[in-house]
Ligand binder design. Structure first.
Ligand code: ATP
Length: 341
């Protein structure tokens, strides 16, 4: 049965850490409380029948270290002894891992919680700042990650701990603001009649935005993938792609600003995930900050809030490593998500 309390927060070293996405899984081993994670192993989830096989072949077969504990972040709800992943056929069975991998203690977190932990773990050298403002130490923070979907988490500091607040903020409504928005919005593909953040602010959403911009002007869209659209927008070779990316960063600024108001994130707003890193020039061009700060009567407050893009390629793994080394630094509830042999 899952352990019902996290009183015994300390994990025994060596600790295997793993960030399991829909497409890629990244693993490393933390040997003690003072060490950085060892060599990172990155595998495609589709190359292995199970997570146990991936850990055995990609990690354990290459080291004499025998992890006693594991902290795994997965894309999907952690509920019960069998954890199914979104966008990947792997099933995480922590109790079976005691036998198959020799583990004694397994903690399973949500992938976006790991991104939130990374915000605390990584220094500014792993971030690119978008606009003005300085972070207030220990003030609230917000993490937004446009990727396959739109992940959102708050991060608050209380009782000397950083507490991630996971949620489904990527599914909040988003609406038009300008006359041009009102021409584009009717052409966006909706979900049950609604435009949520995720209809625009993710890979699929960028394609949706691009098609809507084309339709608003009666033009034929040429591209079908997010990468094609960002490439054509960044080198300014296609006017529809340029406007689609401007629309995307404007909507991202609008949603980031709303979330910053909710969490009063004077500690900063942090953009994570695969897409933000690839569109830094577009985020710096001005539309993002203008939309972020356009929050009357609180525009002055918004102008002082810093925004960062996390540029570290293994941010979530760093967040997990920080948690594995010193779990007491974080208010991460492990009840129902920790299994001990
Ligand atoms: N150059 C690019 N510009 C814009 N979007 C891109 C680009 N390259 C990839 N994408 C999109 O980014 C999304 C994937 O984002 P991300 O890399 O954050 O993945 P993920 O959901 O975290 O998955 P995993 O953890 O398995 O890698 C996909 O929708 C993909 O089409």
């Amino acid at each position: 049965m899952p352990v019902s309390s996290d009183d015994e927060a300390v994990l025994q070293f060596p600790i295997l850490i793993g960030d399991i996405g829909g497409t890629n899984a990244r693993f490393a081993i933390v040997v003690d409380a003072n060490s950085e994670p060892g060599e990172t192993r990155i595998v495609q989830t589709a190359s292995f029948a199970s997570i146990d096989e991936a850990i055995q072949q990609a990690v354990l077969d290459h080291t004499s270290l025998r992890p006693r504990s594991a902290v795994l972040a997965v894309a999907g709800p952690v509920d019960g002894d069998e954890i199914r992943l979104t966008n990947c056929p792997w099933v995480v069975r922590p109790k079976a891992m005691f036998d198959t991998l020799g583990l004694h203690d397994v903690v399973v977190l949500n992938d976006f919680e790991a991104q939130a932990l990374a915000v605390v773990a990584l220094g500014e050298e792993h971030m690119e700042k978008i606009g003005p403002g300085e972070p207030e130490e220990n003030a609230g923070r917000v993490v937004l990650g446009p990727g396959t979907g739109l992940g959102v988490a708050g991060l608050i500091h209380a009782s000397h701990k950083w507490i991630p607040v996971p949620g489904e903020g990527g599914h909040m409504d988003i609406g038009p603001r300008t006359a041009r928005d009102r021409e584009i919005f009717p052409h966006l593909e909706a979900i049950e009649g609604r435009i949520s953040g995720e209809q625009i602010l993710c890979g699929r959403g960028l394609v949706n935005a691009y098609r809507a911009v084309a339709k608003a002007d009666g033009k034929e869209p040429r591209f079908s993938t997010p990468a094609e659209i960002t490439a054509a927008a960044l080198d300014k070779s296609d006017a529809i792609a340029v406007e689609a990316l401007e629309f995307f960063v404007t909507c991202l600024g609008r949603t980031a600003g709303d979330l910053a108001l909710v969490f009063m994130s004077r500690g900063g707003v942090y953009l994570t995930g695969g897409i933000a890193q690839k569109i830094v020039p577009a985020l710096k061009a001005g539309n993002f900050r203008a939309a972020f700060e356009d929050k009357a009567p609180h525009s002055a407050l918004m102008r002082d809030m810093p925004v960062y893009v996390i540029t570290h390629p293994l941010a979530a793994l760093n967040g997990l490593a920080a948690f594995a080394r010193t779990p007491s630094r974080f208010g991460v509830e492990t009840a129902g998500r920790r299994w001990q042999a």
